[in-house]
Unconditional design. Structure first.
Length: 319
């Protein structure tokens, strides 16, 4: 007798069909949940990193500003030392009483002694009030007359100048209320250049720039990383570059921000203005380096999200 053919197990097919639908439903429900969690994690990490980078550049610029202020104060004290030195006053009074105002060997020897005494001094000159006589041990005298004019002629205290990459302090010398000469110190720039070349805390792309406004241009007083091989001072047109940090700092503005710098590269930057010298200080780091960790985290979150969905799918079908 022929056995009847086995009947298909309709219940099991139905069960598998329901399980597949439930699995797909769970997956579709999990997609927005996982996406939302990943997005929130990414945004929180991005905010924390942005705050940390801002804090980092602010910390660096504050430290460099303090060191530059200390250098400026020490340089000013050198000017005060000359203007209030009784020995120099006596020699200048003696020299000015002579009709021809000859340069005395005594004065030249005094200047050389002072240069050897203070390593901050590269060279020093003394000019008579009318600039008819000068004494120097190295400084280019042809350009010294400018220190007898303008702000220097009105200032009772020492004044700090930058000129063509050099730094000078001029200080008028008085005796009994009468001007008897002007001391001009050509400063050794190694100390301030070391400050501006200290990129600690700024990674491999960070730069520190000291700038000043010169008419309708901004002049870089130092050579940052990207301009190390450039001859002379780098200049920017203010009109052509109105919103970059190097220009804003020289225009008496202060602030941290993300902006485009003189290289047309996006940077995280902080900038300050030195009102006494008219200088702008800029500290910056490329956003591509600063936010590299968050880009790596973004990729990792995408990978984790995909793996999570695949894992749920596999587990659902194995149950």
């Amino acid at each position: 007798m022929q056995e009847p053919a086995p009947q298909p197990k309709r219940g099991r097919i139905k069960f598998h069909s329901i399980r597949i639908k439930l699995t797909l439903a769970i997956i579709f429900l999990l997609i927005p949940v996982v996406t939302l969690i990943s997005n929130m994690s990414f945004r929180n990490a991005q905010t924390l990193l942005r705050e940390r980078i801002y804090e980092q550049v602010e910390t660096v610029i504050s430290a460099r500003q303090d060191r530059i202020n200390d250098w400026v104060n020490r340089s000013m004290r050198l000017g005060t030392l000359f203007s209030q030195d009784p020995e120099l006053q006596g020699m200048l009074v003696k020299q000015n009483r002579q009709a021809a105002n000859p340069i005395s060997l005594e004065l030249t020897t005094y200047l050389e002694k002072r240069r050897e005494q203070y390593p901050e001094i590269q060279a020093v000159s003394v000019l008579s009030p009318s600039a008819t006589a000068s004494a120097s041990n190295d400084t280019e005298l042809s350009d010294m007359r400018k220190f007898l004019d303008g702000e220097s002629a009105q200032s009772a205290g020492p004044m700090l100048y930058e000129s063509s990459g050099g730094y000078f302090v001029s200080s008028r010398v008085f005796f009994q209320g009468t001007l008897i000469g002007t001391a001009v110190i050509n400063l050794n720039a190694d100390a301030i250049n070391d400050i501006l070349k200290d990129y600690s805390g700024l990674g491999g792309s960070g730069e520190i720039i000291l700038s000043r406004k010169d008419g309708e241009e901004v002049v870089f007083l130092n050579h940052p990383r990207s301009l190390l091989n450039r001859d002379g001072q780098y200049r920017l047109s203010i009109t052509d570059n109105p919103g970059i940090p190097e220009v804003l700092a020289a225009q008496h503005l202060t602030g941290p921000e993300i902006s485009i710098d003189y290289r047309q590269v996006e940077v995280v930057t902080a900038y300050r203005y030195f009102p006494v010298m008219g200088w702008g200080l800029i500290v910056k780091i490329d956003t591509s380096e600063a936010f590299a960790p968050i880009e790596r985290l973004k990729l990792e979150l995408i990978q984790v999200s995909l793996l999570t969905l695949i894992l749920f799918f596999l587990v659902a079908f194995m149950v």
